[in-house]
Design a protein around this ligand. Sequence first.
Ligand code: GDP
Ligand code: FO1
Length: 312
Amino acid sequence: MDTEYKIVCLAGGVGGAKLAEGLARIVPPEQLSIIVNTGDDFQHAGLYISPDLDTVMYTLGGVANTETGWGRAGETWNMLETLSTVNGPAWFKLGDKDLATHLTRTYIMSVGGTLSQVTRHFRAAFKFKPALIPMSDDPVPTNIETKKGDILPFQEWFVRKSWKPVVKNVLLPEDGRLSPTAAQALQNADIVLIAPSNPFVSIDPILNMYPARAMVEDLPRAVVAVSPIIGGEAVKGPLGKMMADWGMEVSATAVANHYGDLIDGFVYDSSDEMPFTADMPAHATNTLMQSSENRVSVAQEVLEFAISLIKR
Ligand code: GDP
Ligand code: FO1
């Protein structure tokens, strides 16, 4: 697509990766930066795991497992099976191929590399061109406070307990800062696109990184969010359950209201009601991004809508 604008996409894992792939196919790489949630990151058996960065990286590199939404395609599980036989921590499934990423990341960070540097290092191996940027270079873990009163590290809640415990609060760190590369990308941005990621556990953690929220709010150009709700349901994952548990309506409108004044426009699925938010421009389309073609067409529409807001 012929655009002179600098575009930043805020992304979590699976919903983020799909829009990022569509954008990567139509926007010149030097004009696209993807800032990814790292609140889900954790140390597992001594390895530094960064699930959302890896999902976006594998998707852009064409090696993602599209069935699970995480990990690599054509995976084998020899290490995991052997890990079980020695009573190792097998609850978090690391495939043999995926393991190479975690070993390399952990190695580079153990000799002083930052998460931003590691992510750049992977660019050549996975052949992705846009700037893929962790939201922070520091550990900024998201914790989940359950209705029962437990405080669980994100992956304990999400994977180990299969997101069954009812969420009372998503606890975000108070002192997290944007990585310098993420701050630079936002500084240069003309358009910020908020991917159809989980607003509470993927996008809010990014906005919580000082000074991301203020930078997005102050952006002179367009900020557009894409709805992760289709037909009154989340496509995948805990979003619908979280909203229902909190007594929120599971709807595109509720997501638009959650972002509120932060956004200048909202893209929602044609199967949903027009979101009612006072004079917020909204655009309906088929937002399900199963194939590469869908990802490109959704990215194209979202971008054209954002550009139309700039030109208004
Ligand atoms: P996670 O970090 O892997 O959980 O992924 P994200 O937070 O990036 O994305 C999860 C959200 O993506 C879920 O709430 C889904 O409803 C949404 N989602 C997944 N696929 C699609 C899609 O094709 N279209 C839209 N509109 N939303 C999607
Ligand atoms: N999700 C699961 O539900 N079960 C797993 O065993 C699992 C392993 C895993 C390994 C590497 C990786 O990068 C991601 C992995 N995920 C797994 C995804 C999981 O971490 C979540 O989807 C995200 O954190 C939510 O964004």
